[in-house]
Design a protein around this ligand. Structure first.
Ligand code: ADP
Ligand code: MG
Length: 293
């Protein structure tokens, strides 16, 4: 196993951000899905040796992140959720510097290739300070890859990207996953659907699912229903059922809704539908009884 955690727990004072999280990862892309505050960044920071767990262990290629951080750092490339770049450098200088910090010899050709790969060749002489958000994000990806690590830890890398960049990024991660291990954290289900079948779901610091996307989705089978609700009946309907999503229909102003029926039988005229990952995820977030043994 390339990454292995054993009962990883992190408390910030009285707040438990991660609770006894155990999982393993081999090669490929693994999605880490969870709402804001679930503990994704905390887990990423522990794996990146930036934060020590309160208890439990994390191993990268059998090296302990607490006992052996210098070995772990050589093996990983990190795309943090928040970062500061050197605004006065150009991307070529920046990548050469990052390569140097990782203990590898500066290599102009390799840096050029890296810039090509993330589509920044045309701006290689421009100061980073002048870059757009998407360009900075691409540079952060290049920085994570430049020393050719085995493992990429990417914490919400698609946040703040426009749709085209988002698609390009997902494809880039799929490509990297052919050779390496990628842990991709996100709160957007589409990021998962587009890049991997391997899924971890975190909620309130606990790992509530680990396995294949289709098995997670299957848990919601038969639970998600749809119907059209008369506009004047909407308030009452909302009170009795868990709403996943809804839209107002043009002309009639009635409401088409995906929902989980409340305690009573599903209302007349509604029928169960094949759930999507988003349906299953919404259901998991809203239902406490989803915690796995
Ligand atoms: P995510 O990345 O999934 O949004 P985080 O790992 O950032 O979640 O945070 C998990 C929980 O820990 C949240 O409730 C957050 O408020 C809390 N937390 C994160 N960092 C700190 C910190 N440095 N001090 C105190 N609480 C923190
Ligand atoms: Mg985060």
């Amino acid at each position: 196993m390339i990454i292995e955690t054993n009962e990883l727990t992190k408390n910030y004072g009285k707040k438990t951000a991660l609770r006894e999280v155990s999982f393993t990862m081999g090669r490929g892309v693994f999605g880490l899905l969870g709402p804001n505050g679930a503990g994704k960044s905390t887990l990423m920071k522990i794996l990146s040796c930036l934060l020590k767990p309160t208890s439990g262990t994390a191993l990268v290629d059998k090296h302990d992140t607490v006992k052996d951080p210098s070995e772990v750092r050589k093996l990983i490339g990190v795309i943090p959720q928040e970062y500061n770049l050197y605004n006065r450098l150009n991307p070529t200088e920046f990548l050469e510097y990052m390569l140097l910090l990782s203990g590898k010899a500066p290599n102009k050709k390799h840096v050029e290739e890296m810039l090509e790969r993330v589509n920044l060749s045309s701006v290689k002489k421009q100061k980073i300070g002048s870059f757009s958000g998407g360009m900075k994000q691409r540079l952060v990806v290049a920085q994570a890859l430049v020393h050719d690590p085995q493992v990429i830890l990417a914490d919400e890398p698609t946040a703040g990207l426009d749709p085209e960049e988002r698609v390009r990024f997902r494809n880039l991660f799929s490509e990297i996953g052919l050779e390496k291990t990628v842990l991709l954290s996100t709160h957007i289900t589409e990021d998962i659907t587009a890049s991997t079948k391997n899924l971890f779901v975190l909620n309130h610091g606990s790992l509530v699912f680990s396995g294949q996307v289709q098995d997670f989705v299957q848990k919601a089978e038969g639970k998600i229903w749809t119907t059209v609700v008369k506009n004047q009946a909407w308030e009452a309907f909302k009170g009795e059922n868990l709403i996943i999503s809804f839209m107002i229909l043009p002309e009639s102003n009635d409401i088409e809704v995906r929902f989980v029926p409340g305690k009573r039988n599903p209302p007349e005229g509604s029928h169960a539908i094949i759930p999507t990952l988003e349906d299953a995820y919404m259901l998991m977030i809203h239902q406490n009884d989803w915690k796995e043994a």
